[in-house]
Design a protein around this ligand. Structure first.
Ligand code: AMP
Ligand code: GLY
Length: 438
């Protein structure tokens, strides 16, 4: 089977790594990929959102299955386009992807089908939005309706912060039309978990529950980021809670979408808040979590290809996920300054020294492979890697338990270096106190 993965981050490197182990895969491509992915797949110089060129490529190269990493391509209708051209692709249609690309759509769906989520109201008029937050007061959450690369949610602790958020989104249009409509939501309190399932629109196959670390600094301080680390399984999700989430959130969502005429195929990822009142949905995503999937796939014993293939074919009830015992943790190494301004082009050092270490994987996020200059004195050093984004590397450790996984990941980080490198030292802190109970 000839497989194309779309995307260029750590999530896509983990996917390519897992797919490369499948006996079913004869050739792997990744568009556009990154430095690390280039070691496992042939890189295609087409952007992840250039859906027309991707379809062209898939047709010309006889691709049997395309797997989409980032949401933007899905929201742009890559699945509709591929299906129209008779190309097999794993993911939801543009209309079904609205569950991520429009928070108002997602919230209204949850309300209609009684799926637990915070109280909310939707506004197109900034005057009305301001009146509403004045009436309810802070703390309160203001969310842009559209896709903002994870930056469109403001958890306001004061009224002026909430009013400022409305101004930025609706008047200043910092996220353009993504902010012309807003959702204003009650603030929920609790621990967050990521529940990711693969679905064919009828059946759902849950992956291991995971927890992300969105804030930049230790102790969940500092600004929000794309995610600074993750671990799986999250022990807070015991078997009972996992079943509850399937019964009250995941299956009702899949059925709700089908009732709306939007059969949902692909990845359904529910970001949940575990409140004292039970799990409530903060948001849905329609693709694998990044960095969650980097901490999930190393524990997946089963071949991923038949699972995704069965989802595409609508026969997922035949599929199964077998898991390795133990824990997996992913620590993100970021460029200094991220998520604000940062510099790229820094040489990554020490990667060779961690290659092949037991229980250690390095998934590249923002990196680029660079040929050494002809004058280089590093004889025989071959290609080198440069930082090429805010999140640069994902160092992953697998161990018999979370402590063991953390030790492997952080020991490996000790051997890796680039100018300005920053990372959290406390990934997994919430779970360290809890017993694993799968
Ligand atoms: P979202 O864009 O909806 O995924 O939200 C991004 C982050 O904002 C979440 O991961 C939470 O940490 C926080 N958040 C979103 N909605 C709420 C809410 N209703 N109450 C508290 N925190 C929230
Ligand atoms: N880790 C959260 C996300 O992928 O959106």
């Amino acid at each position: 089977m000839r497989v194309l993965v779309v995307g260029s981050g750590g999530r896509e490197h983990a996917l390519v790594w897992k797919l490369s182990q499948s006996p079913e895969v004869t050739k792997l491509f990744c568009a556009p990929g990154n430095g690390g992915i280039g070691e496992l797949a042939e890189l295609v110089d087409v952007g992840a959102e250039d859906v027309e060129s991707l379809a062209e490529f898939a047709e010309n190269k006889d691709i049997d299955l395309t797997i989409v990493g980032p949401e933007a391509a899905l929201a742009k209708g890559i699945v509709d386009l591929f299906e129209k051209r008779g190309l097999r692709i794993f993911g939801p249609t543009k209309a079904a992807a609205r569950i991520e690309s429009s928070k108002a759509f997602a919230k209204n769906l949850m309300k209609k089908y009684h799926i637990p989520t915070g109280q909310f109201a939707v506004f197109d008029d900034p005057q009305a939005a301001r009146a509403y937050v004045r009436q309810l007061g802070a703390p309160i959450v203001v969310k842009a309706d559209g896709l903002c690369g994870g930056k469109g949610t403001i958890v306001a602790t004061t009224l002026s912060e909430a009013l400022g958020a409305i101004d930025l989104l609706m008047e200043d249009r910092i996220f353009k039309e993504a902010g012309q409509r807003v959702v204003i939501e009650e603030r929920l309190i609790g621990e967050e978990v990521s529940i990711i399932v693969v679905t064919d629109g009828v059946t759902a196959l849950p992956l291991l529950p995971a927890q992300d670390h969105k804030r930049l600094h230790d102790g969940d301080k500092g600004p929000n980021t794309g995610g600074m680390g993750a671990y799986a399984p999250a022990p807070i999700v015991d078997a009972l809670l996992a079943q509850q989430v399937m019964d009250r959130v995941i299956m009702p969502t899949i059925r709700a979408m089908a009732s709306e005429g939007l059969v949902f195929k692909g990845v359904l990822f529910a970001g949940l808040m575990l409140t004292s009142d039970g799990p409530k949905v903060l948001e849905y995503n329609v693709r694998f979590g990044d960095p969650e999937i980097q901490a999930i796939l190393p524990l997946l014993k089963s071949d991923l290809v038949p699972i995704l293939d069965d989802a595409v074919e609508g026969r997922l009830s035949m599929a199964q996920c077998q898991w390795e015992p133990g824990s997996c943790v992913c620590v993100v190494l970021a460029s200094g300054g991220y998520p604000g301004d940062f510099q790229i082009g820094k040489e990554l050092q020490g990667l060779e020294s961690v290659k092949g270490r037991p229980g250690v994987f390095v998934f590249h996020a923002g990196t680029k492979r660079d040929r050494p200059a002809p004058t280089s004195t590093r004889a025989g050093s071959g290609d080198r890697f440069l930082s090429w984004g805010g999140r640069v590397l994902n160092v992953v450790g697998v161990g018999p338990d979370l402590d063991g996984a953390l030790k492997r990941a952080y020991d490996a980080i000790g051997a890796v270096q680039f100018n300005g490198m920053s990372y959290r030292k406390d990934i997994g802190f919430r779970a360290l106190k809890k017993p694993v109970n799968r």
